[in-house]
Design a protein around this ligand. Structure first.
Ligand SMILES: NC(=O)c1ccc[n+]([C@@H]2O[C@H](COP(=O)([O-])OP(=O)(O)OC[C@H]3O[C@@H](n4cnc5c(N)ncnc54)[C@H](OP(=O)(O)O)[C@@H]3O)[C@@H](O)[C@H]2O)c1
Length: 157
């Protein structure tokens, strides 16, 4: 089993505000879909509720402390990180947010797919600092759109 993180973050590490994203980048959404399609996606309850609905073609692994939480078909609920991790299948699994999940699962991630938005944003949710000495950049491409951004892939050294 491998764990990968996918995130779009501002230059000050902001990732969201009021449980929503801070920008609309259509090439980023397309890349998110392409990379995650067919793979399990792991998220916190707040990120799950920020989605437009259940994303097709991907089993959702959602963490919540609320044992009464009801979720639609295609969504697996977990109440602690350990049992979620033990339930993940072979192959690549994607952590898709938010701040709580990135912080909790970064130590277990082998790859990071980071969309680096090249300016700061006013947010209330942030991506944790990564230690550059732990990671090697394996791919880097320029994004296209109204806000300058780059797609950077890191693998753990
Ligand atoms: N830019 C990006 O790429 C990106 C991606 C995803 C999300 N975001 C943004 O990130 C923000 C949301 O982040 P967030 O940190 O507030 O929320 P989150 O990580 O999505 O969800 C937090 C919730 O997950 C549950 N949870 C977390 N850790 C748990 C644990 N150890 N045990 C049991 N349950 C646990 C809790 O749910 P309960 O409260 O139900 O107990 C907690 O309130 C939003 O603004 C969103 O738009 C940005």
């Amino acid at each position: 089993m491998s764990l990968s993180i996918i995130v779009a973050k501002a230059s000050n590490n902001a990732i969201g505000k009021d449980n929503a994203l801070l920008w609309h980048l259509s090439d980023d959404l397309k890349r998110f879909k392409k990379l995650t399609m067919g793979h399990p996606i792991i998220m916190g309850r707040k990120t799950f509720e920020s989605l437009p609905g259940v994303l097709p073609g991907r089993v959702h692994y959602v963490l919540t402390g609320n044992k009464d939480y009801k979720a639609p078909e295609g969504v697996l609920l977990f109440h602690d990180v350990k049992s979620l991790m033990e339930s993940l299948p072979e192959g690549e699994n994607f952590v898709i947010g938010g701040e709580h999940m990135y912080k909790a699962l970064l130590p277990y991630a082998g790859a990071l797919y980071i969309t680096e938005v090249e300016k700061p944003f006013d947010g209330d949710a942030f991506f944790p600092e990564i230690r550059p000495e732990d990671w090697v950049v394996t791919e880097e491409t320029e994004g296209e759109g109204n806000i300058p951004h780059r797609f950077i892939t890191y693998h753990r050294k």
